[in-house]
Design a protein around this ligand. Structure first.
Ligand SMILES: [Zn+2]
Length: 213
């Protein structure tokens, strides 16, 4: 199973990615993780990305693309993968298409999570992210066993500035402008499956698995 997850920030992609990665026994590849690993491992691409971030600039698509392409050559991605947070725009989607075509391993599906903006704002304001491993939890919808502590690794959970309401509104605008076009892009290839991201984590996961069958 070679799968991409798309959906607005706050649709629960990260949480669903973990569920689906277990269900299909495929690695969950998020751009956040790839960045963390490359920067921690001080790879050539990691150092390059860090130089942009340290200067307060966005990491260019070319660097992100190369990191993703490299990650897809790892052994655990040979039998499939789940991409979360990538592609984020048409250029990245085109790049990915080229990489996969060259490798003879086309995508099987693109799963879109749909959610209203008001619900997104409610969700994101309660979101907490692990400082160490990047895992997501939620004060209401997916609370950790111990408040403020990551279930996965015991790291500290924090509220990202990104998840403040005014920032969320801006992120939704960016999503509509840059990422929504990739939904029509994949619609034209008949890879797209759309599900509602309303409900409990387990309900949404069951819906996702049914859509992918
Ligand atoms: Zn953690």
């Amino acid at each position: 199973m070679r799968l991409i997850l798309v959906g607005p920030p706050g649709a629960g992609k990260g949480t669903q990615a973990v569920q689906l990665s277990h269900h299909f026994s495929i690695p969950h590849i998020s751009t956040g993780d790839i960045f963390r690993l490359n920067i921690k491992g001080e790879t050539k691409l990691g150092l390059l990305a860090k130089s942009f971030m340290d200067a307060g600039n966005l990491v260019p698509d070319s660097v992100t693309n190369d990191m993703v392409a490299d990650r897809l050559t790892h052994d655990d991605a040979k039998s499939g993968f789940l991409l979360d947070g990538y592609p984020r725009n048409i250029e990245q989607a085109d790049f990915l298409k080229g990489v996969l075509e060259k490798a003879g391993t086309p995508l099987d599906a693109v799963l879109e999570f749909k959610l209203e903006s008001a619900e997104i704002i409610k969700r994101l304001s309660g979101r907490r992210v692990c400082r160490d491993c990047g895992a997501n939890s939620h004060t209401i919808f997916n609370p950790p066993k111990v408040s403020g502590v990551c279930d996965e690794c015991g790291g500290e959970l924090y509220h990202r500035k990104d998840d403040d309401e005014d920032v969320i509104t801006h992120r939704l605008e960016v999503y509509a402008e840059q990422t929504e076009p990739i939904i029509s892009y994949y619609q034209s290839t008949e890879l797209l499956k759309t599900i509602s991201a309303v409900g409990e984590v387990s309900e949404i996961a069951a819906r996702a698995i049914a859509a992918l069958k």
